[in-house]
Design a binder for this molecule. Structure first.
Ligand code: SAM
Length: 268
């Protein structure tokens, strides 16, 4: 299982979707308190840049994952806009952006129905809802969405170029694509080329690998504590890998620069 988690993005396309659905089902059954609402590696600034990000007390436990969303898509740019998030997972990021930055509507989309059902029940904010869907066939009309958010999800899609084309198609003119994911150094040129080919203009592009490593280091104890509380012992190693805790192969890959983590703002 540990190897499957580590090499997930390299598995044949046909098995990736069922495996994600299985993984979601496992998390749903282990998360009895319904508190596991993020599935990303997080972001921590080097220079205290987040001192000013004031969170409600109930959000503090997810600070690093929230900071990743804030870095990628936070701020006034969502206010009053129609937003789609693709690969929203358990909805923590969607809920944070909808509650703190007041878009007109925010739709979270994911391939796991169990997860979008959970999100619709658990997360409440004005204009926020969740639907089951597929990143490569977005169920929206041409030029209908102001901004698309996509965090730590795209690298596992069967056809990334098709996903970028779909995002471009549904965005309004000047619409924004807030995109972040881990990317191997050898793949970055391919990704940039595909974004360009889809028609995007680059507004901002940052390698945030160091911020991700910082967040994982600072959050390791908490991540382990939650795994120990909810997950059966024989699966601890697989969940350490998934959560990227210090000592896991995934943490090491970031720390030793075998994988980078890029964050983009793109414009139609
Ligand atoms: C690592 S999780 C990240 C979730 C969320 N963005 C977060 O930061 O907490 C990746 C998510 O992408 C979803 N996903 C994977 N393939 C997908 C696809 N083809 N279409 C839509 N969602 C997909 C998975 O179900 C999972 O919820």
């Amino acid at each position: 299982m540990n190897k499957i988690v580590e090499k997930y993005a390299e598995l044949p396309k046909s098995v990736r979707r069922p495996l994600w659905i299985l993984w979601h089902n496992m998390i749903s059954s282990f998360d009895k308190q319904k508190t596991a609402v993020f599935m990303n590696y997080g972001y921590a600034g080097d220079n205290g840049e987040f001192k000013e990000l004031k969170l409600k007390s109930e959000d503090e436990k997810d600070r690093y994952s929230i900071q990743l969303y804030d870095h990628v898509a936070g701020g006034d740019k969502l206010k009053g806009k129609d937003i789609l998030e693709v690969g929203c997972g358990r909805g923590g990021g969607a809920s944070f952006l909808a509650r703190y930055y007041m878009p007109k509507s925010y739709i979270g989309l994911d391939i796991s129905k169990k997860t979008t059902d959970f999100c619709n029940k658990y997360h409440k904010a004005k204009g926020l809802k969740f639907i089951k869907g597929h990143a490569e066939q977005l169920p929206f009309g041409d030029s209908s969405i102001d901004a698309v958010v996509n965090i730590e999800s795209a690298r596992v899609y069967g056809n990334i170029p098709k996903f970028f084309q779909e995002v471009f198609r549904i965005l309004k003119p000047e619409g924004k694509f807030f995109f972040a994911d881990m990317i191997k150094p050898k793949d970055i040129q391919f990704i940039d080329k595909q974004l360009e080919k889809a028609g995007f203009k680059f507004v901002r592009k940052n390698n945030i690998r160091e911020n991700v490593v910082n967040a994982l280091r600072l959050d390791t104890e908490y991540r382990k504590e939650r795994i120990h509380k909810g997950v059966p012992k024989f699966l601890h190693k697989s969940f350490y890998q998934f959560a990227g805790v210090e000592g896991s192969e995934r943490y090491d890959a970031f720390d030793k620069k075998r994988i980078d983590y890029w964050s983009y703002t793109l414009s139609k």
